[in-house]
Design a protein around this ligand. Sequence first.
Ligand code: TRH
Length: 378
Amino acid sequence: MTWDIFCTVIDNYGDIGVSWRLARQLSMEHALPVRLWVDDLAAFQHIRPEVDATLAVQQLAGVEIRRWTSLLPDIEVGEVVIEALACNLPDEFIARMALRQPPPVWLNLEYLTAEAWGAGVHGLPSPHPRLALCKHFFMPGYTLQTGGLTREAWLAPERDRFQANAAARAAYFSNLGLPAEQAGELRISLFCYENNALPGLLQAWANGIDSVRVLVPRGKALPLIAAWLGCENLAAGTTWQRGALSLHVLPMLDQDSYDRLLWACDLNFVRGEDSFTRAQFAARPLVWQAYVQDDEAHLPKLDAFLDLYCADMDSELAAQTRDLWHAWNQETGLAAAWPKLGRALPALTAHARVWDRQLAAHPDLVTNLLNFCRKWLK
Ligand code: TRH
């Protein structure tokens, strides 16, 4: 089964992050020929430094990566064509798809949502108005009625080994220029959008009695942090101390190293889609900042996830989790919500493990994709 996956980088790193994981898993775990078309290789390079942004064609982890320009080379269309995260295929490529016999399985791989409509839309056909082609919606999601989540077979065993191995974690932190873990210290990774609640949260951590070590990969949070610290610029590799808070600015990590950061921390602030999913697979407590959408469409998305995530929590823990996540997403009132949540971390850690096991019991997205495609290619 040959694959063409198309990815448009709208902004940030989520589109390419999701597309790359999918392409890599198809290639590495299923030995499938995959071509990944990307319109912004420079963004790709941020999460995979091995990518050469000047090349039209290159190979990485068995995947053929192609710069997606307006003129596509004359290649044979794959048996499966994926529009990752609802990007639009060029008409010229669609015309070529129509000439292929049999026509390719054409999928619109949508954004992840826990909302009920996701299950309703999953698998629905959308016939082309003129050509003998039919696109299907493929919805990632958290239930068996959806396409599942991208989760490699190696992930849980590797994570468990890493989390059980203090020497591996020490080496990891040392490579990042960070001090070794200390007893009683809370280690937090922070990856978020510009968030007006952040200064209040930093202040709450600084004023607290427990030591908090916050690790911030370079990105959108830095201007707010710099303003709160009262400094001009925050370079990667710098460390700042304010009361009980130690703050370290990290370079942007490659995707696999970022996974390890999530595995290594006691609590992860994540955003968008891919870091959010990976933080759930880290089996550690998390706080999610949803990607802001028009008409506040991200708020029902947030609540739909919280409904699932908090379903098996006791009511007090559920209310605390909801309060903190709402405060973070509404960018207000977070400092008040934090102290209770800080105390609830042991219970949240236990819950994060249960949630991860629950997710792991479902077939992953690639398995579901393969089953779907085999049915249509028969
Ligand atoms: O970058 P994002 O904000 O991406 C967003 C969302 O995907 C959103 O839904 C989409 O509409 C928008 O992009 C266009 O957040 P996300 O999804 O977490 O993606 C970040 C990627 O960057 C993820 O693959 C992890 C990776 N990453 C690294 O590789 N190294 C790092 O140091 C960090 C912090 C992240």
